[in-house]
Design a protein around this ligand. Structure first.
Ligand SMILES: CC[C@H](C)C(=O)C(=O)O
Ligand SMILES: [Mg+2]
Length: 573
């Protein structure tokens, strides 16, 4: 329905109302706008569309179509774009240091564009790991009526009669290095693994955060998991435009939706789907935007009591397309709500509660992807938080689909990912080792790299269950094996991980949730006294600036940790 708005009460009055704004209006007339359009609310449509990767290539199309919905609802759409850094292409080299930093840049650039032009509402479109949380962070920071739309997953490729994703390509690199397959096989797979537009096709970071968008209430029900090539994405984009006008009319804002309970719902979905460990970073970062204290430890507490119920890759069998066809996030939430594992009374962008939205979903007993929460794949443990003498500030591990949950072994230590990857390629990693990759934290890297190239190569070599890997860096959503990330305090801050030496015994227990370094306190104190901080290779520019401001991983590795809600709003609303 078309709403009527009193423009003099909206932020956009500063750029469109009164004689002193004649110069501003002349710009709008220059762009072909009518007087009537200038007198309507201005709705920002932020797209992370660009040519960097298939994750982003449909976003501008969807964002353009969203204009129709905004207009139907009585608003004037204003499009703009953000940058992205696409992990699949940034992976395995120094480029990955830009990845997490791009989350902050995306949030900041949406913030600045909305503030600068006094937009009244916001619809965001994103398709890749950091752009999803970056957009949602901006929505929470600005707190104007907003909706988040994911561009959709890629469809799976077919190879030797099996559904494949880019994860398989990362892993075949290890198989090739181990002499287990010819180069022709690698080259054949790389040509078919990604058959078109859309974000990485398993329950990796983009799809995990897309599920979070629905669970936390910032996205329309069952909107995000529709694959990028599906025609229904057009209707979803239009519906988002129309609905944001409803939110503006009803004055429903992201912080009315994203309460602490909503964050708990989102954390449940990460663990229930065996989702990306990045969920343990992005949820605290999003909570920080609205002054809610929801750290890695709060996320871990929810993980501890969440059944693992979605048989999705990388730990399980199915791809994101199958999840959508099975009924999507709302089907998953229906069974969790029935078991009392979700807060049904949280508000969502439909203007109704999560429980009311879920009531409209019928459970599909014929699908095989989503288990009934009464009979889960495993009672807990899609993703697990850890803490102990090696990680007093916590750590995280994905155990979905893993047999072995306790690992003890001698450390093999590397001071950067490249050194470890070279050792993997040269087959110098010893079975039973706990590989340590350090100085890769938020500050130390800087940028807290994801290490899929290394973990997938290990997996591809068949070492997935016979080594463990710990780091103050991160992992991609496609990483599998006993890989522990976000170890804090990070090495650059002189955390215990900086003090580990070759052969030290490390024990990780993902059942108890512990990670310990078995070295005498006196020995550690002596090592600590000798420890010297290092400089990294980035002493200027965006990476340097990030390193100056970034907080610890347990708080989401944000550049303004401990933000207070009241000091952190779009001033004029
Ligand atoms: C395939 C994995 C993807 C590129 C990624 O980085 C993530 O899911 O985090
Ligand atoms: Mg990633």
């Amino acid at each position: 329905m078309t709403h009527q708005f009193d423009k003099t009460k909206l932020p956009s009055r500063h750029v469109s109302v009164g004689p002193e704004r004649a110069p501003h209006r002349s710009y709008y007339y220059a762009m072909g706008m009518t007087e009537e359009e200038i007198n309507r609310p201005f709705v920002a449509i932020a797209s992370a569309g660009n040519d960097s990767a298939p994750c982003n290539t449909t976003l501008d199309f969807q964002a353009d179509i969203c204009r129709q919905g905004v207009e139907q609802g009585g608003g004037t759409p204003r499009r703009f774009n953000t940058i992205t850094v696409t992990d699949g292409i940034a992976m395995g080299h120094q480029g990955m240091k830009s990845s997490l930093i791009s989350r902050e840049v995306i949030a900041d650039s949406v913030e600045l564009s909305v503030r600068g032009h006094c937009y009244d509402a916001l619809v965001t479109f994103a398709g890749c790991d950091k752009s999803l949380p970056g957009m949602m962070m901006a929505m929470l920071r600005l707190n104007v009526p907003s909706i988040f739309v994911y561009g959709g997953s890629i469809l799976p490729g077919r190879f030797h009669d099996k559904d494949v994703t880019v994860k398989d390509v990362f892993e075949i690199v290890g198989q090739y290095a181990a002499g287990k397959c010819p180069l022709s096989e690698v080259n054949a797979l790389e040509r078919v693994a990604c058959p078109g537009h859309g974000a990485c096709g398993g329950q990796y970071t983009a799809n995990t955060m897309a599920c979070v968008g629905e669970a936390i209430g910032l996205s329309l029900p069952n909107s995000n998991m529709a694959p990028a090539p599906y025609k229904s994405r057009e209707e979803i984009a239009i519906a988002a435009g129309r609905q944001v006008m409803e939110l503006l009319a009803k004055n429903i804002r992201p912080r009315d939706i994203c309460t602490r309970e909503a964050f708990e719902n989102a954390a449940r979905i990460v663990a229930a789907t065996g989702g990306s460990t990045n969920g343990g970073l992005h949820l605290p970062a999003m909570a920080n935007e609205c002054g809610i204290d929801f750290t890695l430890f709060d996320v871990a507490e929810i993980f501890r009591t969440t059944p693992y119920i979605a048989d999705l890759q990388p730990g399980g069998r199915y791809v994101a397309r199958d999840m959508y066809d099975a009924g999507g996030v709302y089907m998953l939430m229906k069974t969790l709500l029935a078991e009392g594992l979700l807060h049904g009374d949280c508000l969502t962008v439909t203007g109704k509660t999560l429980g009311e939205n879920i009531a409209e979903v019928t459970w599909n007993p014929d699908q095989k992807v989503i288990y009934d929460a009464k009979t889960p794949i495993t009672p807990t443990g899609g993703v697990v938080g850890l803490r102990g003498s090696l990680a007093p500030d916590g750590a995280i591990v994905k155990v979905a689909g893993m047999e072995r949950l306790v690992f003890e072994g001698p450390a093999q230590v590397f001071d950067c990912e490249e050194d470890c990857f070279a050792a993997v390629e040269a087959r110098q990693i010893r079975e039973g080792s706990v590989i340590v990759i350090r100085y890769e934290g938020p500050k130390g890297g800087p940028g807290m790299r994801e290490m899929l190239s290394t973990t997938a190569a290990l997996y591809g070599q068949g070492m997935g269950e016979s080594v463990a890997l710990i780091t103050d860096g991160r992992f991609s959503g496609a990483t599998r094996g006993f890989c522990i990330g976000h170890v804090g305090p990070e090495a650059a801050d002189g955390g215990p991980i900086a003090l580990v030496e070759e052969g030290d015994i490390i024990r990780i227990d993902a059942v108890q949730g512990t990670i310990d370094l078995h070295v005498d306190a006196a020995v550690l104190a002596e090592r600590k006294a000798r420890w010297q901080p290092r400089t990294n290779d980035y002493q200027a520019g965006a990476l340097w600036r990030f390193a100056q401001n970034v907080g610890p991983a347990w708080q989401g590795a944000v550049t303004h940790p401990g933000a207070k809600a009241e000091t952190h709003v779009y001033a004029d609303i």
